[in-house]
Write a protein that binds this ligand. Structure first.
Ligand code: DX5
Ligand code: ZN
Length: 226
């Protein structure tokens, strides 16, 4: 199981310190949301900021590219310290070449699917990815409400993984609080990205510990063995 706090919910004036705090609090990955003002109606931060944060935190840097043209950003983010990069299936035809580029840079490959997008679109790529990121809100902003209808997508991703003997992680992102994390774990998710759900708590350490416990309890039995 992976707990990945999203820096989008941290104090923007203290990114270095916040990244260090995430590591100290016992998280597994640091999730970095990259928004280009085109693929999503918001802008966050770019490779120079990620590079500046890198020395403050040894955790896996999980870069989520909500961008229309990730091909121009993959190398800059790899150089800035990304360990894994997730692109969106909604980009269509460029997806396979983006995977190839990410692998060529020596990074792990993630594929994300937005709430209105059919799971059939990700199906052909399942054998090529390290993680499938199921968006549980429409991307662009932190602090939105979890979309319950996405639970069936998690179940589908889990069933496909079992049936095909694949190993991709099943990640969820958006509106992940303690309760919704439990629901996602029950449906088959194993990787939990959470911004306000964790940073909004008084103690980040206690919040991560609590989420881990809740998710462990709610998870499908097979996951407990891995
Ligand atoms: C949403 C981003 C998320 C966001 C989650 O567009 O991809 O990673 O930071 O924020 P919360 O957990 O507050 O919904
Ligand atoms: Zn994200």
């Amino acid at each position: 199981m992976i707990i990945a706090p999203s820096l989008l919910a941290a104090d923007f004036t203290e990114f270095g310190k916040e990244a260090a705090r995430v590591e100290k609090a016992g998280a597994d990955w640091l999730h970095l949301d990259i928004m280009d003002g085109h693929f999503v109606p918001n802008i966050s931060f770019g490779p120079a900021v990620v590079k500046a944060i890198r020395p403050f935190c040894k955790l896996v840097f999980d870069v989520h590219l909500m961008c229309s043209r990730p091909e121009i950003l993959l190398e800059p983010f790899a150089k800035a310290g990304a360990d894994r990069m997730t692109i969106h299936v909604e980009l269509g035809d460029p997806v396979p070449s983006l995977f190839w580029k990410i692998r060529n840079l020596g990074k792990e490959v993630g594929l994300s699917v937005n709430p209105p997008t059919a799971m059939e679109l990700v199906e052909p790529y399942l054998k090529d990815i390290d993680s499938l990121l199921i968006m549980t809100v429409n991307p662009g902003f932190g602090g939105q409400e979890f979309i319950t209808e996405t639970l069936t997508k998690i179940q589908q991703a889990y069933t496909w993984r079992q049936e095909r003997g694949l190993k991709y992680k099943i990640a969820v992102d958006g509106g992940i609080q303690f309760q919704t994390a439990a629901e996602c774990a029950h449906a088959g998710a194993d990787t939990f990205i959470s911004g306000t759900g964790l940073f909004g708590q008084h103690s980040l350490t206690a919040a991560i510990k609590k989420m881990r416990k809740i998710v462990e309890k709610a998870g499908v039995p097979e996951l407990k063995l891995t």
